[in-house]
Design a protein around this ligand. Sequence first.
Ligand code: NAD
Length: 459
Amino acid sequence: MKIVNPATEEVIAEVEMADAAEVDRAVERAARAFPAWRAVAPGERARLLRRFAQVVEDHAEELARLEIANAGHTIGNARWEAGNVRDVLDFYAGAPERNHGRQIPVPGGVDVTFAEPLGVVGVIVPWNFPMVVMTWGAAPALAAGNTVIVKPAEWTPLTALRLAELALEAGLPEGVLQVVPGEGEVAGARLVEHPDVRKIVFTGSTEVGRLIGAKAAEQVKRVTLELGGKSANIVFADADLSRAVESAPMAVFDNSGQDCCARSRILVERSVYDDFLLRLSQAVREVTVGDPNDPASQMGPLVSAEHRERVASFVTDTEVYAAGSCPDGPGYWFAPTVLAAPAGFDPLAPGSGAFHRAYTEEIFGPVVSVVPFDDEEHAVRIANHTAYGLSGSIWTRDVGRALRVARAVEAGNLSVNSHSSVRYWTPFGGFKQSGLGRELGPDALSAFTETKNVFIATE
Ligand code: NAD
């Protein structure tokens, strides 16, 4: 596989794609490494993960530069991502010693539960946040005593491969964390099918997630699914409109819109709709799109030519309300784009046409659709009128309304007067077709352990 820098279109590496037999060998190595890894004393496993976090910190700039070259992330984002990998490893380094069971009162004996590791865990990763998403799966899985095989996305394997080397450098035993680059339908599918892989953590499209869920069900294999989104940014007329307008562009255009939490639908209360749209257009024109190595760039290129073509297909037939600018020449650039609802558009009605398609489908690029709403109840109905339910934002000064709407919107991660979605110490995941299960947060180890109940007779 030729790995291409999306900002320059230069080939920066060639990576061999694993076939099914190579995946089988990796599973064999992981299964062999499992008994010793689960037997490592909790404090020692903690120390190894902490050392891994430190080695990542020592190589943070290198990892960030690699992600810029491979995925086109801006330098600010890439540095944050390398820091996030370090922090997630560090956070779950605290978990082995806290992986408690319970003691439950029973007659005639003692009843205790153990949180047992599952065995070999497969982590299948998308291209939009390669090193971060890999670590959200791998770190708690390793902390719980599992061995892990990561299958990075075809276009973006470089940081994952480097992290596997750094894990060895930190002292993790051979076979405990492996990275196997390969095609989804070949290497990914084999991980899902392999009977010795006990759990799959899949982050990617809802379409592939559905396939993986069905395949895993044949073996009653555990799955965590982190899938797509079409999240609503709901702006009420009583909000601090300046803050809502200023923050709206990067809530969808960050990482060039290639973010599962992108607030790609903006719902605005009708009385401030025209004003909001005008001010949003101005803010979008000010978004700086350019060389991801330049700290002034807010947005880099899209990940590939193929993906740019897909994103472009959403705006060819529809009227663009406003657009920013982007470089021409080499690189998969796409200008931030605002689409406004055509007159009479009803977001609750079954529809067709170009705007309807852009408004309902996950574009995964820098394109945002804006629609008006009449009142709180209408806003909630529009926000929930989607198969997805990953994240969303609510802008209002009314605290009661903020809480009512936050409770009513069917999504896993909401923010009020903010667009933040992810903190590694809080749970993350989707409602409805945005996923199954949760990652991160204080309970992540429960997704990588089975509860075992043991009764010991005292009579
Ligand atoms: P994708 O579904 O095309 O691929 C994701 C991964 O699955 C890749 O590694 C791919 O090789 C592999 N794959 C593909 N077909 C497979 C198969 N049949 N069996 C096993 N593995 C297979 O997704 P993508 O285009 O890489 O990523 C974009 C999608 O990911 C978007 O929908 C986005 O919303 C989603 N995403 C979700 C989250 C979240 O946490 N909810 C985070 C990031 C991205």
